[in-house]
Design a binder for this molecule. Sequence first.
Ligand SMILES: O=P(O)(O)OC[C@H]1O[C@H](O[C@H]2O[C@H](CO)[C@@H](O)[C@H](O)[C@H]2O)[C@H](O)[C@@H](O)[C@@H]1O
Length: 268
Amino acid sequence: MEDALSIPPLISGNFAFFFDLDGTLADIKPHPDDVFIPEDVLTRLSLLAELNDRALALISGRSIAELEQLAKPYRFPLAGVHGAERRDINGRTERMTLPEAVLQPLERELRHGIAPLTGVELETKGMAFALHYRQAPQHEEAVFALAKTLIAHYPQLAMQPGKCVVELKPSGIHKGAAIGAFMQTPPFLGKKPVFLGDDLTDEHGFKTVNKLGGISIKVGPGATQAMWRLAGVNDVYQWLEKLVDHQQQEQRALTNRRDGYESLSRSI
Ligand SMILES: O=P(O)(O)OC[C@H]1O[C@H](O[C@H]2O[C@H](CO)[C@@H](O)[C@H](O)[C@H]2O)[C@H](O)[C@@H](O)[C@@H]1O
């Protein structure tokens, strides 16, 4: 769906919210460590969570440890490493692992493989690895070739391309499954999912959300399975601000109506 996409509606009611991080809640930066979520955006996310029974989670390729730092001082449910790690509303964490017999030789081969590719960086995430070539775009082809060769040797792993990155993650792990797992437990259970994401890894999430009759929102240009689009990170911030205002107004109107009924029933 390349074109049939417009700005998502300001919704209220029975919704659960899922946000990708890089490229959605934070601008893409030259290096992963440069990234931050502005304070006012974090505050709005927290307000949105409060307005929706705390049914709001971050769904990212980053590790939970990094997400926790980036979301401070707030504590949201989190899915890290594309869903290989998940922390629920009660702080219970599930983490998928791979045997050391796979991880050790794989990391060795990755380090060996990128040694001649100056500027390519290896990010290790426990059960997954990311090969970043933002600082060395001339090595894109070589990075893909290396990842493909290694994937062929390790059936436990799948390849996940992204923005100037190729990741090797456990097979069967993807953001759609992470959203689906959250949706089976409170406070997400029984709601319609809303998911915002900007990259290829988020397409798995859009697919799940569409199946569940929710609202899928692509951030930025490019072909997508999402139903709606926001042009970039700033548009996400603006939409979020309007959404929180809208839901707060709805809540005030509801409270006023309830107060009205109560005083009416007392006076009868
Ligand atoms: O699922 P996401 O929250 O979008 O995370 C995807 C990957 O994001 C990070 O890398 C990307 O962002 C960096 C900072 O803007 C950028 O320098 C890099 O080129 C991008 O690929 C992160 O480092 C990865 O671990 C995430 O999987």
